[in-house]
Structure formats: structure tokens, C-alpha cells
Design a protein around this ligand. Structure first.
Ligand code: 13P
Ligand code: SF4
Length: 329
């Protein structure tokens, strides 16, 4: 009897977790391997607390790209999602870039396929193409300039007023940038599966429950959520806001819950309440970021796998729009 094999893509790399001695002190081993390899560990704020703590640098998408450009390490171990490690590789084609789990994608990047995007773009031949960093290297290669949520307003404001703009792939961030800059932009209809789960209805419930709390939100949230927020910013800006707003002690946080680790660390005693998503779960967790674990980070440094690669012809075209963004800061 033959068994039908479902046509599913196989994982690109299967981390050999069973080869790890369970008594191993992973923190000690990761630190040792990092020195042996002359590696730097970069971590996004959406990673687990212990991964943030072992990193040499923890930051938002912009900070991580700046660190990737500045490093003189031979190996970059990137604890984040695929587009972030790809950006680090484009900035360091001569270096080895590894991720704990190369299947850590991103719903925004995955829902903007290069062939469909290229066809869509044909409708807007005279437009400046601004792409959020949450895109594949191929989309970056078709763009004029990249932005992150920290500098999206600055990037759009740098474009001459007489130029028309296409913005991809996050429609919520795009709409928020339109509001901030007054610029008209054509938006690709993408969204983040984590941030779209916050709803005005659930947040109203939180507001009643915590009447003294400030509501702070990431611009990847829906317009109705952003309309309710007391403060809107990138992950880095949200953390900074909580740390610096000393006259407020309670914050409802509408983004991935990993940021709360830094908020508590940098302002001990502050009350941060993770906004409840409308998904049946109690907390908002990026399923892609959380594929990365300490065990897989150990294996990545031990085996130098999975390695992130970008075809040279794509990297050669993607570097200019990334560098344009980095020059703006
Ligand atoms: P920032 O870290 O740039 O705020 O972006 C958040 C995010 O969703 C990363 O994928
Ligand atoms: Fe992508 Fe959303 Fe996860 Fe960020 S939180 S990596 S935008 S899926």
C-alpha cells in the first residue's frame, strides 16, 4: 500500500537538537563559541528574555541594521527573522551570517511575493518605491529606499514633494505615515499577523480595567487601535517612552510581548500590561521570532548553520536602497 506524501515544503534546515547534551550550560557554551568564532549576537526585542540578555546588541530593525553594518566580527548570529538576517548579509557579503532557525519568516515579507509585486509595480512607473525593511531581498532590490518603523516618516519626508510614492508592504504603517506626513502614497495591502490581532473592542475593555494606564501601540496596528493610543512608536520608541515617562506607572502595550522584558529591565517597578489579542490567546507573540531558541542559537554557533545567503545579483541591487536609509539614520 502506498502512502500519499503531502506536498509541503520541507524545512530548509532541521536543527539537530537531539545532539545536545541536556546537562550543558547553554549560556556558558554560547559565550565560549561566540569567542571562538569571533561572532556577534544580534537580537530583536521580540525574542525571549534570555536570548535578549545573551546578545551583544538588542534592538529594533533599524538599530540591528546599523550594528550589522558597523561590526568587525567574522560571524553574525542573528536572533530575529529572515529579512533581518538577509539585510545583515547584504551589508556583509564577505561574512558568515547564521540564524538559530532559518524558517523564522515574517507575514509581511511572505505576503509580498516578488513576481506579484513586480507586476503590480508596472502600474506605477513614475513612483518612488519605499519598502519597509520587512520585505525579502528581492523586493528591496526593486525599491528606491528602505525604511523601518523608526524612520518611516523621516524617509518619506526626504522624498521631493512633487514625486509620487508607492509604499509596501504594511498598509497600516503606510496609512499612519500618510497621516504624519500629509503625503499621498499608494499602499500594498499587507499586514502583520501579530499586530492585526489587537482590536479597539478589546482595548476598550483594558482601558476600563486600567483607567490610569497609558495605551501605547506599534504603527503596524490597525487604524482604529492607533486612534485610541496615547503614544505610537517603533519597538525602540515604545521602550524609550516607557522608560522616560516617569509620571506614568502603568502602560498597556499593543505590540509583541518581547518588548516588555526591556521595559521592566530598564525601568524596574513599572507595570506593563500586554494588550490581549483577539485570537483566543492571552498574549501577543510573533510565532516566527519564537522559532529561535537558545538551543538552536547554540547549534548555529557550533555548526555555523543555517547560513543565510543572498544571490550576488540581488544583493548588488538591494544594497543601495538600504544604504540610502542608513544615511538618513
Ligand atoms: P521594529 O523593531 O522596527 O519596531 O519592527 C517591529 C517588527 O515587527 C519587526 O518585525
Ligand atoms: Fe513580521 Fe509581525 Fe513577526 Fe514583526 S511581529 S516579524 S512584522 S510577523
Amino acid at each position: 500500500m502506498s502512502t500519499a506524501v503531502p506536498k509541503m515544503p520541507l524545512p530548509k534546515h532541521i536543527p539537530d537538537r537531539e545532539s545536545i547534551d541536556p546537562t550543558l550550560d547553554l549560556e556558558v557554551e554560547i559565550t565560549r563559541l561566540k569567542q571562538e568564532r569571533n561572532a556577534i549576537i544580534l537580537s530583536h526585542y521580540y525574542q525571549d528574555g534570555e536570548m535578549q540578555d545573551i546578545a551583544d546588541f538588542v534592538g529594533d530593525s533599524l538599530g540591528l541594521s546599523q550594528q550589522a553594518k558597523a561590526t568587525d566580527a567574522d560571524v553574525i548570529a542573528f536572533c530575529g527573522v529572515h529579512f533581518m538576517a538577509e539585510t545583515a548579509k547584504i551589508l556583509n557579503m564577505g561574512k558568515t551570517v547564521v540564524m538559530p532557525d532559518s524558517d523564522a519568516g515574517c507575514s509581511l515579507a511572505d505576503r509580498c511575493p516578488p513576481d506579484v509585486f513586480a507586476e503590480w509595480l508596472e502600474q506605477y512607473p513614475d513612483h518612488v518605491v519605499v519598502s519597509y525593511i520587512n520585505t525579502s531581498a528581492s523586493i528591496k532590490a526593486m525599491s528606491d529606499i528602505i525604511c523601518t518603523s523608526t524612520n518611516a516618516v523621516r524617509v518619506v519626508e526626504s522624498i521631493p514633494k512633487d514625486k509620487k510614492i508607492v509604499f509596501c508592504p504594511d498598509r497600516h504603517l503606510g496609512r499612519w505615515v500618510i497621516k504624519q506626513t500629509g503625503r499621498d502614497m499608494v499602499l500594498w495591502p499587507g499586514f502583520c499577523v501579530v499586530h492585526e490581532q489587537f482590536t479597539a473592542r478589546k482595548l476598550l475593555k483594558h482601558r476600563r480595567q486600567y483607567p490610569n494606564a497609558e495605551l501605547i501601540a506599534h504603527p503596524e496596528c490597525e487604524q482604529s487601535v492607533l486612534d485610541m493610543a496615547d503614544f505610537i512608536g517603533s519597538t525602540n520608541q515604545l521602550i524609550k517612552h516607557v522608560v522616560e515617562t516617569k509620571d506614568v506607572n502603568e502602560f498597556i502595550v499593543a505590540t509583541e510581548m518581547g518588548v516588555m522584558h526591556q521595559m521592566r529591565k530598564q525601568r524596574p517597578g513599572v507595570t506593563v500590561i500586554g494588550a490581549e489579542p483577539d485570537s483566543g490567546c492571552e498574549c501577543a507573540v510573533c510565532p516566527y521570532m519564537r522559532l529561535n531558541t537558545m538551543e538552536k542559537l547554540y547549534l548555529a554557533l557550533r555548526d555555523l548553520k543555517p547560513e543565510i545567503d543572498v544571490p550576488k545579483e540581488i544583493a548588488d541591487r538591494a544594497i543601495a536602497p538600504i544604504e540610502r536609509m542608513l544615511a538618513l539614520g
